[in-house]
Design a protein around this ligand. Sequence first.
Ligand code: GCW
Length: 677
Amino acid sequence: MKNFRLYVLLFLMIPLTTFAEDGSQLWLRFPAKHGISADKMISKGNNPTLNIAKKELMNHWQGQEIELRTEKSLKNLKDGYTIKSSSGKIIIAAEKEIGLLYGVYHLLRLQQTHSSITNLNITEKPSYDVRILNHWDNLDGTIERGYAGHSLWKWEDLPNTISPRYKEYARANASIGINSVVLNNVNASPNMLRKDYLEKVKALADIFRPYGIKVYLAVNFSSPKVLDGLENSDPLNKNVQKWWKNKASEIYKRIPDFGGFLVKANSEGQPGPQDYGRTHADGANMMADALKPYNGIVMWRAFVYSPSNEDRAKQAYLEFVPLDGKFRDNVIIQIKNGPIDFQPREAFNPLFGALKKTPEMVEFQITQEYLGFSNHLVFLAPLFKENLDSDTHALGQGSTIAKITDGTLIKNKITAIAGVANIGEDTNWTGHHFAQANWYAFGRLAWNHDLSSEQIADEWIKMTFTNQQDFVTPVKKLMLSSRETAVDYMMPLGLHHIFASGHHYGPEPWGDYKNGRPDWSPVYYHKADANGVGFDRTKTGSNAVSLYFPPLNETYGNIQTTPENLILWFHHVPWNFKMKDGKTLWEELCFKYDIGVKNVRDYQKNWDKLQTYVDDERFKSIKLKLEIQEKDAVWWKDACLLYFQTFSKQAIPNNIEKPVHNLENLKKIKLNMGHHN
Ligand code: GCW
């Protein structure tokens, strides 16, 4: 009897242990019960992608009969699909099998978020052709700016040992429509193109293929010289051109659907065509010619700036605009959302819309290099949307970045969008459970840039946690305000790049790096003095405003019409300048930092109230992260206000919480996070 009880007890414990909530399932928490039986699923053929689609339905679909159908007539939807209810069954149709798989994930999402699945009449067509993650993963397993552990790619073990996570990764991407991936860091090792590494890349490509994912590589411009001892890597050197042609043929022999190259050239010390007096176009075209026979493309980054006296915010524009029209048609220029560097808030990059004859794509950073790493809860959909919805006025009103890059206004042959991945080998993939939402949001927006941040958050919360409205509503509110909150406690009103050097985690507005590059130092960006604070980018300053199309050049050029959330981005503003709410700039700055801290404290209180809706493991992990975020927010506020106060010489307003730190002590903090954290 005793034994029997023990067995019962052990038996009851099994589900508890196997259901440990470590976050590894991401948003893919379809019901564990069995789905429909094979006879309720009509489909012809047995292509590997189709088989995955069928398996997902058989494992997870709880509804009525389904037909999966490829139809040539749906070609105009690209890899999109239709989902229609028709006499008791649901028909998913697409031109290609991958469209059917995407349709299946759509349907499962509807089921999982308790949305209606009757009278379906859905047509989906992706906003971009290439929806790509950029991994900044190094061959030694570290990740540049990665905060979720080491790289997923086990280069040492490949191609013979295959981690089960490769497939899980591919499935997660397919479920949100991501169809491309750059495996390695843009600060690229030439070794990536070595034969033995290409074998490893092929192994990954073979796993990803059934999920509709193409592999791309970041390449080092000096590869011919470094790998094979050529006299140089000059793009006009015939031997160098031949080297790239041979390399392309070697790659495509192994990986027939290889996507192409991503290149960071002549930027932050990387080699490039300018080393030989050639242009970005010369460099990109050489690679484009090598890839052309196989339909490969070159994504050439516009993230360039040299240690010169020119405002960094102008440099990419000045280098690339003269080259418009000089690129091959399989080159696309990859442009960071802002002209500086993935800051909490930037004005949009004026290069968007300025190239009329060259395809452009946006690069977002999903990993939170400048947003508290994987310690801070910051939902990035609002940042992505703010950029995509920005009206460049390049071709008149309504020329949003979304429409410039998706082929609507400029008939780009290639359309693409990139996000720097926040994925590592941590059990929950992204370090912070809520950082999964940023991977999800990037994928969803790459598929459909018209989705609202609200809808994306809603879906993600329901899929990842629960459908209970008492949980969904407050968490959504928290997520949707979190980006603005981070801006408030870090860099409100258009302040930017006042981070500690190297790791970019905490505040260091006093950093002046007298011996380093001025454009890597906070004082270069905020320019605080006795009169005021902010970077004058008007006619009296760097005149970066002139790079924007009318009327934006005027709007941003005038302190009265510049949006206040960018005022210190474009102007050097006097401490006593009157803001719209009647406060002086100094008071407003104090108020913003304070509100940022208060909001994080509210998040903590709200999260505590939700304990009953969440499993213990994730509840606690998120609670601990919020504690760090709160401490960091106070640190940011105190460091910035105490430091700027040495210039403003004004008191911190009474209704604002007084600093708890002392400036001299804060200046002594040196985090030992290294460049790679
Ligand atoms: O934001 C900066 C990062 C670098 C990065 C660079 C880039 C890959 O600090 O780590 O290098 O941008 O985007 O090339």
